[in-house]
Design a protein around this ligand. Structure first.
Ligand code: S3P
Length: 184
């Protein structure tokens, strides 16, 4: 399936470990779009890992950089944009995300997220005594935020990145058809 011409960019939001980067890269490859990852943009700017940025400058600086990264993308076209799991925390980011294009929320169950994120150490917010309950708490506060900013929701539990990419593209086509029917 080709990319829908009326979509300016595709933006992926969702919790850590929901597959935004892998799925985003796959969709960008299929469509011949540029792939942008706001975490990578910030890492490259600071030439540091995300845990090092948090440790050296603190979370507020990182959050400011996320906002700047979204502002810098405002003229972007034909990009698939993966965002950090906390991008929805700042209300000022919501209109920026929505103005970029179609916003897709990748969801997964808590068990699946835990299984995916417990394999690596590069998420500073999960370096707690009890990362499992940190996930639980963060999920409950963030899910309404993802829901309020997203046009489309795709459940990813138990699916490969290829399958999630297939479902995302299919859901996008359905959403666009509905949009065109509402606003012919
Ligand atoms: C964060 C998610 C991370 C990264 C940073 C903070 C969060 O990105 O931006 O560690 O607040 O959820 P991923 O969602 O790509 O893991």
């Amino acid at each position: 399936m080709h990319f829908p011409g009326s979509v300016r960019n595709l933006i992926l939001v969702g919790f850590m470990g929901s597959g935004k980067s892998s799925v985003g890269r796959e969709i960008a490859r299929r469509w011949g779009f540029r792939f942008v990852d706001t975490d990578t943009t910030i890492r490259q700017k600071y030439r540091k890992s995300i845990p090092d940025i948090f440790a050296s400058f603190g979370e507020p600086v990182f959050r400011d950089e996320e906002n700047k990264a979204l502002q810098d993308l405002q003229n972007s076209r034909h990009a698939v944009i993966a965002t950090g799991g906390g991008i929805v925390l700042q209300p000022r980011n919501h209109p920026l995300l929505r103005s970029l294009g179609a916003v897709v929320w990748l969801t997964a169950s808590e068990e699946v997220i835990w299984d995916r994120v417990s394999r690596n150490q590069n998420r500073p917010l999960l370096r707690t005594k009890d990362p499992r309950s940190t996930i639980s708490h963060l999920m409950s506060t963030r899910y309404p935020l993802y829901g309020s900013v997203a046009d489309i929701t795709v459940e990813t539990s138990g699916l490969t990145h290829q399958e999630v990419a297939d479902r995302t593209v299919a859901a996008l086509h359905v959403w666009l058809t509905d949009q065109n029917e509402d606003h012919p």
